[in-house]
Design a binder for this molecule. Structure first.
Ligand code: NAP
Length: 293
């Protein structure tokens, strides 16, 4: 996708993600400066980008500065120098490094203190899918700043989602989705290990992908309504019954001598809801005990 407007921008960080972002901006016709702590990686980005050895030179004369490094602490260190901070004044910083909402709040504080417009962002894809329809980027911060840069930012993901003015909102949504991803993925892997340990080809489990994804989807929909109404009663399946099912998973894991850590952790969470007197309610009632934690 070629943008109608050629933006002068910098991408700070030439790791796997930063390199993909920089190449996508350049492919869309933007003028892209790249900088990396290890200069050889910046030079290797290619795709029509220009590598700089000095961070100040890389950001000078740029309207937009996109950061993708390992951590916010690394980013904060880079921008802590007075020379870099002065060169950033009047520009927009888009922080694409993954972090927590508290990280985003400290990023905004720094930006405000140095006259920098700030968007906190979270990218939900692998580098290979940057600039494709599978890439989504969540943005938090001032709506006007987002709108001003939207066309340029669409070079890395057509699906640019403005979440909220609250600066931590993109990181919050990212953490929420990642928790569902990592938790769900661990469950899938443990399930495959159970099958294998019991002599059942994991293929049989993976063939049922639509069954368990469907169950999660139905539960998420039900949970949304129940949380909204603060009413977890229903006629489908009580928490008491769910807990009995989880006990079978722990038993299978123990008998088959594979790790039972994950199902035991599940069981502990669900049992806590029984302890709170929620056993006759539906599965999403566990939400109440999580809030209490
Ligand atoms: P990566 O390939 O490991 O690259 C890390 C980058 O951070 C490198 O440019 C590295 O510079 C730089 N860096 C680390 N510590 C630094 C420091 N103290 N000072 C300056 N630069 C420092 O990681 P990545 O996959 O590109 O990830 C970058 C960010 O994107 C992370 O926040 C990650 O969570 C996020 N993200 C990645 C993916 C993905 O699939 N890869 C997906 C979504 C979000 P050197 O080359 O000098 O070491």
């Amino acid at each position: 996708m070629t943008s109608s407007r050629r933006t002068k921008l910098a991408v700070i960080g030439s790791g796997l993600m930063g390199s993909a972002l920089a190449r996508a901006f350049a492919a869309a016709g933007h003028d892209v400066a790249v900088w990396n702590r290890t200069p050889s990686k910046a030079k290797a980005v290619g795709g029509g980008t220009t590598a700089f050895e000095s961070l100040v030179d890389a950001v000078s004369g740029r309207e937009l500065v996109v950061v993708s490094v390992s951590t916010y602490a690394a980013s904060a260190e880079l921008f802590s120098s007075q020379a870099v901070a002065s060169a950033m004044a009047g520009k927009t910083l888009v922080q694409l490094t993954s972090g927590s909402p508290a990280d985003a709040r400290s990023g905004l504080e720094w930006a405000r203190a140095h006259g920098v417009d700030y968007l906190d962002a979270a990218i939900l894809t692998f580098p290979a899918f940057v600039a494709t329809d599978y890439a989504t980027v969540f943005y938090a911060g001032a709506r006007a700043v987002f709108d001003r840069h939207l066309e340029t930012l669409q070079a890395i993901a057509k699906n640019c989602v403005y979440v909220d003015e609250k600066i931590g909102s993109a990181a919050t949504l990212d953490c929420a989705i990642l928790e569902a991803f990592y938790g769900g993925s661990l469950a899938v892997l443990h399930a495959a290990a159970m099958c294998q340990a019991e002599g059942l080809d994991p293929k049989a489990f993976f063939a049922q992908k639509n069954s368990f994804l469907g169950l999660i989807s139905v539960t998420a929909d039900a949970a949304q309504g129940m949380i909204e109404n603060n009413d977890f009663t229903g006629q489908q399946c009580s928490l008491n019954t769910h807990v009995a099912a989880i006990e079978h998973i722990v038993r299978l894991s123990t008998d088959a001598r594979i790790s039972s850590r994950f199902p035991r952790e599940l069981l502990e969470n669900y049992r806590r809801a029984l302890g709170a007197g929620l056993g006759e309610q539906e599965l999403p009632a566990v939400f109440r005990t999580l809030k209490q934690d």
